[in-house]
Design a protein around this ligand. Structure first.
Ligand SMILES: Nc1ncnc2c1ncn2[C@@H]1O[C@H](COP(=O)(O)OP(=O)(O)OP(=O)(O)O)[C@@H](O)[C@H]1O
Length: 667
């Protein structure tokens, strides 16, 4: 009983929120309506809207296919037209053969009269088969290329959008659906050819029917309407459901991936997280399955209604034929041809409707891809802008405030910040967790622009500057720098992705960061793959990764080096070495912006800024900030740390006595 209750708690209907969604993701992952309203009327799935939009969507796919492989496209189009023509010729020949067979005269004469037409039927069928196989070969060649071009189209843009867009939930939703768009563009090629085939064979059958009797054509159309309605309705439901559930599906896949992720693997085992993740994976999957069941039930009902209507209209068509025969308005040979033409025509029309519908359904996803590309174009990092001065004397933050997009209502990450970073100096940013240090350097690197205030490179506002040129001036060892799942060589050389990979330069960068021994100890040296789970993949420690990260930034050799917690995973000796080298860099004229919680390491900084809740609350040299009568925040933090590492404190703090005659005594 209790188990059944627990099972029910895990379940959720389409509108309910499952326990997994609430517990793991903090709430519903489904877009409950509303999502389809932001872009005007793009989800108009009525028959009229579909027919109005279809030519534009097909034209877009044809353009994509032309870009991918113009020759293959011409080949497929030619083969399809040829195939359609062969089918039309075949149908007319069948009509002639029937007329010959059912006409007057002896059986031998009638057979002889039908022979040329029968030969034409056979020739048309053979040509049709040849054209079909040519089309299959061409389509098979074209499809993967269209997929690649469509994928490149959005990847190329997405890699260049502002960081704020990448972090935006709406943009991610577009990305989710657009990824299906590339696959849909590939499938659209096949559906486009099928539509062409069905349309040509329909024209042939309709032509024959019109000649036989004008009343047959509207009846043929009426026979197809119910299936058109049903497939359109089902497609619309599927598309709406896809958009509603797209985030839920991504979250479910994430749970599955976490179970096999190599980084999560130790914790999954030691903390026995596997059954926990698996349970929620199942709950999420079951919620998705219920939606699929609902769609299937609705599709079955719609299909049944449509079949009923089709049966009635088919009966009306054959009744009309019977009446025409009975009244003598049509003779038997013509009626026989009419039955064949009605059957061929209704099959072609139904095929056309189904293919058009599939084509339309796919084209909706291709339209998503287009929307993503348009949105990405809107949010691209500008490529032009004011050039930066050749030799920058200082970078100044002037009254800069910044709140992360989507963090409305929260305290801004930076408020009224004034910071000056002079060329060739070491500037240290210190402060508690969440005080805004990393945000400040992200603005310095040009990853975000301030909401108010300016970041000036001499007199050029970074918001108006050529951002690519700005990125070129900066090298970053971020707190969460990326561990590329590639070889050690690429992990350092990627600091300058366009430069040829010169082994001497890589060795120098590795020596600088103390990563040379790590690289030498790798089984294949620079060519060792640093990704477990791949053939020959090797794992290195957190500190060794950090050294490679520093080597990467060194290899980039940019005028401004930003190091965010560069030594958090390094042993004491390596840490000392990194800070000594940072000092040497500044001596050589490089500007260094250093973020660290190890206050002992900032003694040699030229300027220290202390941040708290997004504001600069103290600034000065180490000596100025350590004066006993100053504001004392830095001094207090320093002395607290010094007590933990007693020996450092004694060495570094100028001996000061407070009122009680004790050494230290911070804020
Ligand atoms: N990408 C982001 N989106 C939204 N908010 C963010 C983002 N990154 C940081 N924040 C928020 O901005 C504030 C400042 O964070 P920031 O990372 O700059 O602090 P920090 O001083 O570098 O902290 P730490 O010492 O822990 O690295 C925090 O409140 C944080 O929650």
């Amino acid at each position: 009983m209790r188990r059944r209750k627990a099972a029910r708690a895990h379940q959720a209907g389409p509108q309910e929120v499952s326990e997994s969604e609430r517990l793991l993701f903090g709430g519903p992952l489904r877009y409950e309506g509303g999502w389809n309203h932001h872009d005007g009327s793009f989800l108009e799935l009525s028959l009229r809207a579909m027919l109005a939009r279809m030519p534009r969507l097909i034209a877009a796919t044809v353009r994509l296919a032309h870009r991918a492989d113009a020759r293959a496209l011409r080949w497929v189009a030619g083969a399809e037209l040829g195939g359609g023509l062969a089918q039309a010729v075949g149908l007319v020949a069948v009509n002639q053969a029937l007329a010959g067979l059912l006409g007057g005269g002896a059986t031998g004469e009638r057979l002889a009269a039908a022979v040329p037409a029968l030969c034409l039927v056979a020739a048309a069928a053979a040509m049709g088969a040849l054209f079909k196989s040519a089309s299959t070969a061409g389509t098979g060649r074209l499809e993967p290329k269209v997929f690649r071009v469509a994928t490149e189209k959005y990847l190329e843009r997405v890699a260049r959008v502002e960081l704020a867009a990448v972090e935006d939930e709406e943009f991610h939703k577009l990305l989710d659906s657009a990824q299906w768009g590339a696959e849909s563009a590939r499938r659209m090629i096949r559906f486009c050819t099928s539509v062409m085939t069905a349309a040509i064979s329909l024209i042939a059958a309709a032509g024959v029917l019109t000649v036989l009797h004008p009343a047959l054509l509207p009846l043929l159309a009426a026979m197809t309407l119910p299936s058109a309605w049903s497939s359109l309705t089902i497609a619309r439901r599927r598309y709406v459901s896809f958009h509603t559930w797209v985030q839920h599906a991504r979250a479910g896949q994430l749970l599955g991936r976490l179970l096999i992720d190599t980084q999560a693997a130790p914790e999954v085992r030691v903390h026995n997280i596997g059954p926990f993740l698996l349970r929620h994976f199942r709950t999420m999957a079951e919620t998705g399955e219920r939606e699929q069941t609902r769609l299937a039930r609705l599709a079955a009902r719609t299909g049944l209604i449509a079949s009923g209507w089709t049966g009635l209209t088919a009966a009306a068509t054959y009744l009309t034929l019977g009446l025409l025969l009975w009244s003598g308005s049509m003779d038997l040979a013509v009626a026989g041809t009419a039955v064949i033409a009605v059957r061929t025509g209704s099959a072609s029309l139904e095929g056309l409707v189904i293919q058009l519908n599939l084509l339309y359904e796919e084209s909706l996803f291709v339209a998503d891809l287009d929307r993503l590309c348009r949105e990405a174009d809107r949010r691209l990092i500008p490529e032009a802008g004011r050039p930066l001065p050749e030799k920058v004397r200082a970078i100044r933050f002037e009254n800069v405030s910044f709140a992360y997009p989507g963090a409305a209502g929260d305290e801004p990450a930076l408020s009224g910040v004034d910071v000056t970073i002079r060329t060739g100096r070491i500037v240290a940013l210190v402060g508690n967790n969440g005080s805004g240090k990393s945000t400040l350097v992200k603005l310095l690197c040009g990853l975000y622009v301030p909401d108010s205030g300016r970041v000036l490179w001499d007199d050029v506002d970074a918001a108006e500057a050529d951002r690519t040129a700005l990125f070129d001036r900066v090298a970053v060892v971020a707190q969460d720098f990326f561990r590329w799942p590639f070889t050690a060589r690429v992990n350092v050389a990627i600091g300058r992705p366009d430069a040829p990979s010169d082994e001497e330069l890589l060795d120098a960068a590795a020596r600088y960061a103390g990563a040379d021994e790590t690289v030498a100890a790798l089984p294949l040296g620079w060519d060792t793959l640093l990704a477990r789970g791949y053939k020959g993949g090797h794992q290195i420690s957190g500190g060794q990764w950090q050294r490679l990260g520093i080597a990467r930034a060194r290899h980039r050799d940019a005028p401004v080096l930003v190091v965010d917690e560069p030594t958090s995973a390094l042993d004491a000796e390596a840490e000392q070495r990194v800070f000594d080298q940072i000092r040497d860099l500044a001596a050589e004229g490089q500007t260094v912006v250093l973020i660290t919680h190890r206050l002992h390491s900032v003694r040699h900084a030229d300027d220290i800024y202390v941040l708290e809740r997004g504001r600069v609350i103290e600034q000065g040299t180490f000596e100025e900030l350590m004066r006993p009568h100053g504001p004392g925040v830095f001094r207090g933090m320093y002395l607290t740390q010094s007590r933990q590492y007693g020996h450092e404190g004694k060495a570094a703090v100028p001996a000061q006595k407070n009122g009680r005659g004790e050494v230290g005594g911070g804020a």
